[in-house]
Ligand binder design. Structure first.
Ligand code: ATP
Ligand code: MG
Length: 747
């Protein structure tokens, strides 16, 4: 077993210097350690991911492991891409053959290769969580189960939870608990439907890949032979099935480096187990423990604030983190009147930043929030201010309705038994196949244990419906067959183009009119573009698969569909234009930005109201706060609003406890302009102004010259009362109520 420092002088000097440059002694030890198990447990920004990247480079260059014998797990597909890039930069060796990916993408790759041994059809489809939910809904309905008692969403949650624990329906003993019995029945029916249709959800990818190891010793042996070293980033967020998959694969033969931070475990709600960190040292015998304590990312103000917040969590493994960095600017804290004002403030700050840093890119800035729903108001403000932005997660491209419809047609062409796809498009655009007909098809499919497509053809054959319904169904099947014929010998993007045209989707959205319809049409166009650019990547991907077991025999369309399904489940976004990055705190893990805004830091929102009363969940929320704060390198701005309209309801939240947990010495409150009086301190005057004008703060109004805007503040009395209005196109102005002649607008 390795102890103490390595003597580096025995190794080829140049390579070694290049690889160990820019690492501190502890990091170097980890990178250059012998090929044993290692656990790097260290705080945010201490260089864990950097160590992992350098370690891979070291294995290739100094230990001479072939790229194909190294497996690395990252948390997002985006992180995988970055890692490949970094490794190539460091070593000059092409990282093409490295196995780098998320647990999901690696499992997917294995199942594509070993579909037979995994008991899957060759053309199995990966379904995303929306499709999964729709399928479960259908099953619950078909079983005549009361949907109010057994909400499909709950059943989905239940099923995924069981899968994450490695349990199939047949493994679960509900005993005399009738509720559990029903859940297990739903789970079983869902498993059957997926198996019949060749559909694989995200949790299933992991479960099957694990079962592949357990049931096919020869496959396992093949990979145990192949891999000489494995690495896992963000180890604190692995769930039971992921850990088990890794554990079985490693066996007693493959050394593993796990890298993580217990203070950043934020997926407990999705089955992640911090305990895996402790388990690791037991299961992976002799694991060398590495501590990294120096933070290289943030100013000391930011780091101290983060340390102070996380210190309030009672159950921590306990780590110290320090920096040589300068104090930097204090953390800015802004109290907004409402969510509109918050968004406007953030835009103004970004505009000022850009003036001061005209040479810097917008992508240096991130806006982080607790809940996806917060993004809409921010987006609107950004559009008004003509600031470029991009949302990671949230309304992702492949999550959009029109895209999902188009993809469903494509999936149906590939696999008629994809019930989720058929359900989605059988009557979109409308072709006179009503809910009643669909219900009859479902019943028939259930009775025969067949797919919906089979039910359709059977119905048509036996003419068991009204003539009208039969005509519509015949037309539909004909349409899909025709599509397949046309698509059989044209390029991928031409296929996509053909399908969105001939399905009638384009026409359907053209008829809708309006902004939204326009956007949908643009998105459909964008899908053709995506298919075009996919071809290229796909060709490269193909070249890379040279080992026989890696030769994925997939058509470009199949590969395209899989990629889309995986993308929709990830935080991936395309890098087209330089833009401010908006994302949930969860998607920000592992990333860093010079300027970070944490928006909506209010009780009820963050910590989330569902978590505030549960000590375990509250700790997870606090870790999320720690993750958020430690994303910032130079500047952190925290905002909260006195009142907030979210999900159509007005809330009055107090500032989050996480703000109070930051010592005041690190914080500076921002007052936008000295002239603005805040409504609270101004209560009587506001009330008077409200009476005089009949208008409210937060209300949208219309002005003859400036157009639409929102009222931010009011003061004064009677005809002299003044209103502060933020106009969509003309900025913020104070107006005298009696002259302004503002017209209230409907929400
Ligand atoms: P997180 O917990 O957020 O994932 P991490 O521990 O993975 O963080 P990294 O992202 O690897 O940390 O590193 C944080 C920043 O510090 C990066 O910009 C990295 O390049 C830099 N860094 C790490 N180690 C050093 C070092 N020895 N010298 C200079 N910069 C370093
Ligand atoms: Mg990291």
């Amino acid at each position: 077993m390795h102890t103490g420092r390595i003597s580096f002088d025995k190794l080829p000097a140049m390579d070694v210097t290049a690889l160990l440059d820019g690492l501190n002694p502890e990091q170097r030890d980890a990178v250059a350690a012998p090929l044993n198990h290692q656990l790097v447990l260290a705080g945010a920004g201490s260089g864990k991911t950097r160590v992992l990247v350098h370690r891979i480079a070291w294995l290739m260059q100094i230990e001479h492991l072939s790229p194909g014998s190294i497996l690395a797990v990252t948390f997002t597909n985006k992180a995988s891409k970055e890692m490949r890039h970094r490794i190539e930069e460091l070593t000059g060796i092409s990282p093409k053959h490295l196995w780098i990916g998320t647990f999901h993408s690696l499992a997917h790759r294995l199942l594509r290769t070993h579909w037979q041994q995994a008991n899957l059809p060759e053309n199995f489809q990966v379904i995303d969580s929306d499709d999964q939910l729709r399928l479960i809904k259908r099953i619950v309905r078909a079983m005549n189960i009361d949907e109010t008692d057994f909400q499909p969403k709950q059943a989905q949650w239940y099923i995924n939870q069981q899968k994450d624990e490695g349990l199939r329906a047949k493994h679960i003993q509900p005993f005399n608990d009738p509720r559990a019995q029903t859940m297990v029945t739903i789970y079983g029916a869902y498993e059957d439907a997926c198996q019949r249709g060749g559909m694989v959800d995200f949790a299933e990818l992991l479960l099957r890949a694990h079962e592949l190891w357990l049931n096919q010793p020869s496959v396992l042996a093949q990979y145990q032979n192949r891999f000489r070293y494995m690495l896992v980033d963000e180890f604190q967020d692995t769930n039971s099935i992921q850990y088990a998959w890794l554990r079985v694969l490693a066996g007693d033969v493959i050394p593993v480096m796990a890298v993580g931070d217990d203070d950043q475990s934020i997926y407990g709600w999705r089955g992640a187990k911090i305990e895996n960190i402790l388990q690791f040292t037991e299961d992976f015998k002799g694991a060398q423990q590495v501590k990294l304590e120096q933070n290289y990312r943030s100013t000391s103000n930011i780091l101290n604030a983060a340390n102070a917040v996380i210190d309030n969590n009672p159950s921590r493994l306990g780590k110290k983190l320090w920096t040589e960095g300068e104090a930097g600017e204090p953390i800015s804290l802004y109290e907004a009147f409402n969510e509109q004002d918050e968004a406007r403030f953030i835009c103004e700050q970004i505009e000022q930043w850009k003036i001061a840093n005209s040479d810097k890119r917008y992508e240096k800035i991130a806006i982080l929030y607790r809940s996806n729903a917060q993004s809409r108001v921010l987006e609107e403000a950004f559009i008004r201010a003509a600031l470029p932005y991009r949302i990671y997660g949230g309304q992702r491209f492949f999550d959009r309705l029109e895209i999902k419809n188009a993809m469903a047609y494509l999936r149906l062409i590939q696999n008629r038994h994809d019930d989720a796809a058929l359900e989605r498009v059988i009557n979109v655009p409308a072709r006179a196949i009503g809910e009643k007909t669909v219900q009859q098809l479902r019943t028939l499919a259930r009775e025969n244990g067949s797919s919906l497509w089979q039910a359709v053809t059977q119905t048509v054959e036996h003419k068991t419906l009204t003539a009208r319904a039969l005509t519509s169904l015949t037309k539909f099947t004909q349409l899909i067959e025709d599509m397949e014929n046309t698509c059989s010998d044209i390029e991928l993007h031409e296929q996509v183009d053909h399908v969105i045209q001939s399905s009638g989707l384009i026409e359907h959205h053209q008829k809708e009119k309006g902004e939204k319809a326009q956007a949908r049409l643009e998105n459909l166009d964008e899908l053709v573009t995506a298919a075009k650019s996919f071809n290229l990547e796909e060709a490269q991907e193909k070249q890379l698969e040279n080992a026989p077991e890696d030769a994925l025999i997939q058509s470009p369309m199949e590969a395209f569909l899989d990629q889309a399904a995986l993308d929709a489940g990830d935080t991936q976004a395309d890098e087209f234009e330089d833009s401010v990055q908006m994302m949930t705190l969860h998607s920000a893990k592992g990333l860093e930005f010079p300027l970070v805004f944490l928006a909506g830091v209010e009780e009820g929102l963050f910590p989330h109201k569902m978590s505030a009363d549960d000590p375990v969940r509250l700790e997870e929320e606090r870790r999320l706060a720690y993750v958020g704060i430690t994303r910032a390198m130079q500047q952190l701005v925290i905002t909260y609003a006195e009142s907030r309209r979210l999900h159509g309801q007005e809330q009055f939240n107090s500032p989050s406890r996480f703000i109070r947990e930051i010592p005041t010495e690190y914080i500076q409150e921002v007052r936008l302009k000295a002239t603005i009086k805040k409504p609270v301190s101004n209560f009587f005057s506001t009330t008077a102004a409200k009476e005089a004008t009949g208008l409210n703060i937060g209300q949208r109004v219309w002005h003859a010259k400036f157009g639409e805007g929102v009222i931010l503040d009011m003061e004064g009395q009677g005809p002299q009362s003044r209103l502060q209005v933020s106009f969509d196109f003309d900025g913020t102005k104070w107006l005298v109520a009696s002259y302004a002649n503002l017209k209230p607008m409907d929400a």
